[in-house]
Design a protein around this ligand. Structure first.
Ligand code: ATP
Length: 239
């Protein structure tokens, strides 16, 4: 039984249509990746699921309930947390204070200040540092940590590895298996195709607001994705 399914989602920014009938579903404790080039609609899809942008048509079903009309706040309370693109950490608050902000829903669960210190020892070392002085990697861990403080059943992560050093990317990805071990499903938007396929059990490839390929991540190969990713006939490199 899937925890989330979206069916035939369309979304607009004013007159501009960004999503054209997107459908996908994800099971509890699984990682589903959404890949695609710049402007494919990945962030828009996450916004629709998180309730930050209304779907113009289609259904968002979470834990067997249609949630199209729920506000973003209600969705957080019911267990959907978004790690937004750009991370949006409060730069004048410390690591600890930023994490506490994430706990406002008071949902019970595995994640708290102590377990997050164990998940991200690097953050434990920076506990009293304000966001302004944190590195990109620390901010990404903090952004995921803050979302986890709401003890979500579904974690939406936008661009987990963007701009991060490989060693930090490895740490962020290693933490995903700890997160799913708690039963949380992860919907991962990622531009790094190799990383996305490795980290997920299922994948959707978006092109210009449509799903052009989907399947189990182990069945999708880089050559098979290449044309779908850039549009058939495109030759620029996805190495
Ligand atoms: P990126 O990796 O660059 O973030 P993406 O796959 O996440 O790309 P989206 O950000 O979802 O793509 O953008 C999908 C389409 O919607 C693009 O054509 C983009 O220009 C447009 N778009 C995104 N945000 C807005 C906005 N706030 N107002 C108007 N158009 C937008």
């Amino acid at each position: 039984m899937s925890i989330l399914s979206v069916s035939n989602i369309e979304a607009h920014y004013g007159d501009l249509q960004a999503l054209f009938g997107i459908s996908l579903s994800i099971d509890p404790g699984q990682v589903h990746s959404v890949i695609g080039a710049n402007g494919a609609g990945k962030s828009t899809l996450l916004k629709v699921i998180a309730g930050n942008l209304p779907a113009s048509s289609g259904e968002v079903t979470y834990q067997n309930k249609k949630i199209n009309n729920q506000s973003a706040h209600e969705r957080v309370k019911s267990g959907i947390s978004l790690v937004p693109e750009g991370r949006r950490i409060f730069s004048s608050l410390t690591v600890e204070e930023n994490l506490k902000v994430g706990a406002f829903t008071k949902r019970a669960g595995h994640w708290n200040l102590k377990t997050l210190k164990e998940l991200y020892p690097l953050l434990a070392d920076r506990w009293n540092r304000i966001g302004f002085y944190c590195s990109g990697g620390e901010l990404q861990m903090l952004a995921i940590g803050r979302a986890l403080m709401a003890n979500p059943d579904l974690l939406l992560i936008d661009e987990a590895s963007l701009g991060l050093a490989p060693v930090v990317v490895a740490q962020v990805y290693a933490s995903l298996s700890e997160i799913t071990k708690q039963g949380t499903a992860v919907l991962l938007v990622e531009q790094d195709v190799h990383q996305a396929l490795r980290a997920s059990s299922t994948t959707s490839v978006l092109l210009e607001g449509k799903v052009v390929m989907e399947g189990s991540s182990s069945s999708l190969t880089i050559p098979s994705i290449k044309d779908a990713y850039f549009g058939v006939g495109a030759s620029n490199g996805l190495d």
